[in-house]
Design a protein around this ligand. Structure first.
Ligand code: A2P
Length: 317
């Protein structure tokens, strides 16, 4: 995949990475095998998170790819992982990133993100999570520790995920190192126009998760792969509906992390760079109804505080 500029940092990020959040029933061996297959197909950017449980198999696959000589050096990879909400406190963050580094068998991460704009005071053992376990994020002290992670060389870059324009503006008001990335849901059905414009102006790169609407997962559906408008465009171009969705995301300047553990589909998802959407096709896509897929309340429970965050996030699309 080509590299795209990483905001105003002067660095770049591969436009397509492999998402590794999978159904909990997927075992580590399957994840490791899928990552090795992806490396063979040309993927160098991988997205994981402490909370996904995929750091370890991803780390094993990277180590194996290096020892087999499939990839010459660690520097060729771009690895993103995320600080989970239970560690989102000033004095826990350096040890949290070290735990992720250990899982990944790496000595640095390329991009370390705050996973969600909230803190949990206890492990998630059941859902809904009790209301009193969900706390607002003390963004200023958390970001100070994220900056420390970068200054210590534990990560090359730091950023956030699921942040609204308002949250980003607050963060920028005290950040010594501005966030390089905001990773958010972005696809033809959740276009985030306001957020994209804000991030462009501030030099914050957007990485799109659920670029295919997370079809087949507990948190996604077939609104993209089953969309008539996208199907028609795909048919006319001799492409798949998934490719049309990914191409639309690419044309917005974002990088993206489609998840596929299927060899043919992971190759198909890389094949979006030698054609483009016409103005008319983009116009049709930009008229599609808006509906967010994953929500905080579906993950943690229907709590008022989460509904407030969701309402704020929805204003950006
Ligand atoms: P699979 O792993 O069997 O390929 P998202 O990236 O939006 O989270 O969506 C991921 C879901 O979309 C997965 O269930 C994945 O299934 C499926 N998927 C990935 N690539 C394609 C594709 N090219 N065509 C159809 N479905 C795809």
């Amino acid at each position: 995949a080509p590299e795209v500029p990483l905001g105003c940092s002067g660095k770049t990020i591969p436009a397509i990475g492999l998402g590794t959040v999978a159904d909990p029933r997927v075992d580590a061996e399957t994840t490791k095998a899928a990552v090795l297959e992806a490396i063979k197909a040309g993927y160098r950017h991988f997205d994981t998170a402490f909370a996904y449980g995929s750091e370890q198999p991803l780390g094993e696959a990277i180590a194996e790819a290096l020892s087999l000589g499939l990839v010459k050096s660690r520097d060729e990879f771009f690895i993103t992982t995320k600080l989970w909400c239970t560690f989102a406190e000033r004095d826990q963050i350096v040890s949290a990133i070290k735990m992720s580094l250990k899982n990944l068998k790496l000595d640095y991460i390329d991009m370390y993100l705050i996973h969600l704009p909230l803190r949990l005071t206890q492990q998630m053992t059941k859902t809904p999570v009790p209301k009193e376990a969900i706390k607002p994020l003390d963004t200023e002290s958390v970001w100070d520790a994220m900056e420390e992670c970068q200054n210590l060389g534990l990560t090359k870059g730091i950023g956030v995920s699921n942040f609204s324009c308002k949250m980003l503006a607050h963060l920028l008001s005290f950040a010594k190192i501005p966030p390089a990335v905001n990773q958010v849901e972005l696809n033809p059905f959740w276009r985030q126009k306001k957020l994209r414009e804000f991030c462009k102006e501030k030099g914050i790169h957007i990485t799109a998760y659920s670029p295919l609407g997370a079809n087949g997962t507990r948190w996604g559906d077939n609104r993209i792969v089953g969309c008539d408008v996208l199907n028609e465009i795909a048919k006319a171009k001799g492409k798949t509906t998934a490719q049309v969705s990914l191409r639309w995301v690419y044309e917005q300047g974002a990088s993206m992390i489609p998840k596929s553990f299927n060899k043919e589909r992971m190759r198909q998802n890389l094949d979006i760079f030698d054609w483009c959407l016409t103005e008319e096709e983009s116009h049709k896509i930009n008229q599609l109804p808006q509906r967010k897929g994953s929500t905080l309340t579906s993950i943690f429970g229907p709590h008022d505080f989460l509904l407030e965050i969701e309402a704020e996030l929805e204003q950006d699309s």
